[in-house]
Design a protein. Structure first.
Length: 368
């Protein structure tokens, strides 16, 4: 039974992997059925309205092929011990969500190649199938599916992100140069070039007189390619900056203060200690709260002697305490899980080391 999950329909689990279909798929299935009917009638005259059924069956089976292609990626990833979050079919194909905590180029190449390899094998089997199948309608379907699988396999092998071949090119450049980011840039730029080529293809093939269908289709594929490649570039640029996220150097030094201290007095102590951040500690010296700069500056000067520092502090929640060795990607994940403007940083003995401001993390990522 299909259930709604956001804007995707769930088809349940297959081989333990959640499979979803985007509603846009139904539009494309309708378009293929409508535009495919005259083609079917050309090859199989005398089917009448049955031609719509054949074209519709082709649309469904085409996506079964795409699903098998995605299973090629998913099962290979799982064999490597990489968790697979799910497969989604959308209007122009599908994608498999794989968690790649510690990617390696070799593994990326194999996982990426598995999908197109499966498509090419299916295409080859289909071509063989046309030799054995007797029924005209069935042979037509098998022939069309074989062609579709070969096209899917070959197109996905083109060395440009976000295609499978792009992932393979990225991993190859990464392996040869030892620089993951260089691999991303090369493969993503290739994706942008391919997007432009796809856009002009209908004009070239038709000698300057493209059909509306051809232009719309090329436009959609080019837009998807361009967006995917550009996103890959942005993610790559971000990843290259992750080493800058060193908690030890980003944390501001902080002074411990008692909770009943007036704000004015606490600010004086911070000034004397030459620090900009304050941590509220209990009588045993254990940190209980963080004082945000914004909350303190929001208190009018004349009120500060009458407000205790604890009143303007945010009590420490689980997730707001970071160890010094939480850096890079792990630091970003921690911030995403418990969003806050400040985090307490403790050393290996659990003592206050300093305060990490989210604004400083953002600044480190944004700097060129
Ligand atoms: Zn693929």
């Amino acid at each position: 039974m299909a259930t709604r999950d956001g804007r995707k329909l769930s088809l349940g689990r297959m081989a333990g992997i959640p499979v979803h279909v985007s509603p846009t798929w139904f539009i494309v299935a309708a378009v293929i059925t409508y535009w495919g009917e005259p083609l079917v009638t050309d090859y199989l005259p005398g089917l009448g309205n049955g031609a719509y059924v054949v074209a519709g069956a082709f649309a469904v089976l085409l996506y079964v092929s795409v699903l098998l292609h995605e299973f090629g990626h998913a099962l290979t990833a799982r064999a490597f011990g990489l968790p697979v979050r799910g497969i989604t079919l959308h209007f122009l194909g599908g994608y498999t969500e794989i968690e790649r905590e510690s990617p390696t180029p070799g593994r990326d190449i194999v996982v990426s190649a598995a999908g197109p390899a499966l498509s090419l094998v299916l295409g080859g089997l289909g071509l063989l199938g046309t030799q054995v199948v007797d029924d005209d309608v069935l042979r037509f379907l098998v022939w069309e599916l074989a062609l579709a699988n070969l096209v899917v396999g070959v197109f996905n092998l083109l060395p440009a992100l976000p295609l499978d071949g792009g992932h393979m090119l990225r991993a190859t450049v990464w392996r040869l140069s030892g620089d993951e980011n260089r691999g991303t840039v090369v493969a993503a730029r290739a994706g942008q070039v391919l997007a432009a080529l796809v856009l002009v293809t209908p004009f070239v093939l038709s000698g300057g007189q493209p059909t509306l269908f051809g232009m719309v289709w090329a436009g959609l594929v080019a837009a998807l390619m361009w967006t995917g490649a550009t996103q890959a570039l942005a993610v790559g640029r971000m990843r290259a900056r992750l080493p800058r996220l060193d908690t030890r150097t980003l944390a501001r030094r902080a002074a411990p203060v008692a909770p009943d201290l007036p704000v004015s007095e606490a600010l004086k102590q911070a000034d004397l200690a030459g620090v900009t951040s304050l941590v509220v500690v209990d009588s045993a010296g254990r940190p209980t709260g963080l004082v945000s700069e914004a909350a303190v500056t929001a208190i009018p000067e004349q009120r500060r002697p009458w407000v205790t520092i604890a009143q303007s502090a945010r009590s420490l929640e689980k997730g707001m305490v970071l160890a010094l060795d939480v850096t890079g990607d792990a630091l970003l994940r921690a911030i995403r899980e418990t969003p806050a403007s400040e985090y307490l940083v403790v050393d290996e003995h659990g003592r206050v080391y300093g305060v990490l401001a989210t604004a400083d993390v953002d600044a480190a990522l944004a700097a060129r």
